[in-house]
Design a protein around this ligand. Structure first.
Ligand code: AMP
Length: 118
């Protein structure tokens, strides 16, 4: 699948629509999900234009991969989720139900997650 620059996260990155920002660096932007599926539901997106995990792992550099996953940890710690745990989800492609075709990791936590699905 080729990257579609009209997707909602590309618009957020271009500043065309707002987000509730948590963290930003040269490589990633993290913000709260607009329709939270848990008490705390954050999204971490790359600034690079990748459609999903598969595209990212096949076409990005080791530095981009490292920066992305280290940034996820930074956000987890900022949100105070380290002690009680959390769930990371990266929906990838058609069968996953991925809605937004721009690479993102969901961070869910702040409460027990046994009844939550994404
Ligand atoms: P996925 O199904 O993995 O592609 O997840 C996309 C997520 O993006 C969903 O949980 C949506 O609630 C969330 N979302 C969609 N639009 C926005 C937005 N403008 N700001 C924040 N989150 C959004």
């Amino acid at each position: 699948m080729s990257y579609d620059a009209t997707n909602v996260f590309a618009k957020i990155l271009r500043g065309e629509i707002p987000c509730k920002k948590i963290y930003e660096n040269n490589d990633v932007l993290a913000f709260y999900d607009i329709n939270p599926k848990a008490k705390i539901h954050a999204l971490v997106i790359t600034k690079g234009m990748y459609t999903d995990f598969q595209d990212f792992m096949e076409h990005s550099s080791d530095k981009e991969i490292s920066d992305f996953f280290r940034s996820i940890l930074t956000v987890v710690n900022m949100l105070g989720l380290k002690e009680n745990g959390y769930r990371l989800v990266m929906n990838t492609g058609k069968n996953s139900g991925q809605e937004v075709p721009h690479l993102h990791a969901h961070i869910l936590g702040g409460e027990p997650l046994t009844t939550h699905t994404l």
